[in-house]
Ligand binder design. Structure first.
Ligand code: ARG
Length: 307
């Protein structure tokens, strides 16, 4: 799909942050090793810059408009804009981070979102309440086909944030407990495609979470990853139109996506994987819209005690 074929209001819009100050200087997940980063810092920095630019080009080529937030010294993880907020129907609910290392990003992202609102790209920017940690879309994935959010909890975001999401956006939010520290954010283990298929790594979820996922995603819609694809962050994919952009994937996954009508674009992001992030983590979708009727009927059914 090219930009020319999309009506302006329908063009996918992504928020990114250039990696000028990206580095691994602390460790808040099992992928992060500051000593190893320091060993090759100059090369790794240059590599991150090249890989980020290639990702941005691939997304632009696929038809996305790219907005940016300016990088800030001392905030190396600001590049992971997926964690900045949950955005739906032109409303942004700002993140509250679990670790002090990332809490300094909150005011920077808040200013960034207010600037987007001033330009007319958002209607509302909502401060997060004190009581819940919620690390943005990195842990709260909008499943457009089902008209609901999937929330990852157990490492970063609180399961209690599900209620906050439902109250804020008026769509159901189903909490999935994550069980593997290497998949500490939901977007490292699950990607909901617009056709209804879901890419996921079963071993990242608790047994109850898998049951819940399977009760909503039919067998033919499940694209389960093996450990090799999971380890190269294949679930951390960005879908723009019919293009799926990811860091890397095996032949079988590529074929399964192509069978469903997607074009797969692989763009290596190993410099960012040293921080526990990849394609999806480096982007935040600003234009997701609910089909309000479907979402509200599911909430109403639930209120009436039905499934
Ligand atoms: N180093 C970052 C952290 O641990 C990586 C965040 C990746 N973002 C994501 N959406 N999974 O918070």
């Amino acid at each position: 799909m090219t930009i020319a074929t999309l009506r302006p209001g329908l063009q996918p819009r992504l928020l990114m942050c250039p990696p000028r100050h990206f580095a691994v200087t602390y460790s808040i997940n099992p992928w992060m090793d500051p000593a190893q980063w320091a060993d090759g810092a100059a090369d790794l920095r240059a590599c991150a810059a090249r890989q980020w630019t290639a990702l941005e080009s691939a997304l632009h080529e696929a038809g996305a408009a790219i907005e940016t937030v300016a990088p800030r010294e001392g905030l190396p993880d600001l590049v992971f804009t997926a964690n900045a907020a949950v955005v739906l129907d032109r409303k942004a609910l700002l993140a509250r981070f679990r670790h002090p290392e990332r809490q300094g990003e909150q005011p920077v992202f808040a200013a960034g979102f207010r600037a987007l609102a001033a330009r007319g790209l958002l209607d509302a920017v909502i401060e997060p309440p004190e009581y819940a940690v919620l690390e943005g879309a990195g842990d709260c994935i909008f499943d457009k086909r089902r008209g609901l959010f999937w929330l990852g909890s157990g490492f970063r975001s609180d399961a209690a944030a599900a209620r906050l999401i439902e109250d804020t956006f008026g769509v159901p939010c189903l909490a999935l407990t994550l069980a593997d520290a290497r998949h500490y954010h939901l977007d490292t283990a699950l990607c909901a495609l617009p056709c209804g298929s879901v890419i996921y790594f079963p071993a990242a979820f608790s047994a109850a979470a898998l049951d819940l996922l399977h009760s909503h995603v039919a067998p033919h819609e499940r694209i389960a990853l093996g450990p090799a694809d999971a380890a190269r962050f294949a679930a951390n994919a960005v879908c723009v139109g019919r293009t799926v952009v990811l860091s890397g994937c095996g032949e079988t996954l590529r074929r399964r996506l192509e069978e469903r009508g997607y074009t797969v674009v692989q763009t290596p992001l190993n410099a960012f994987m040293r921080s526990g992030g990849s394609a999806c983590c480096l982007t935040l979708r600003l234009d997701h819209a609910s089909e309000a009727a479907g979402a509200q009927s599911m909430l109403a059914r639930r209120a009436a005690g039905l499934r």
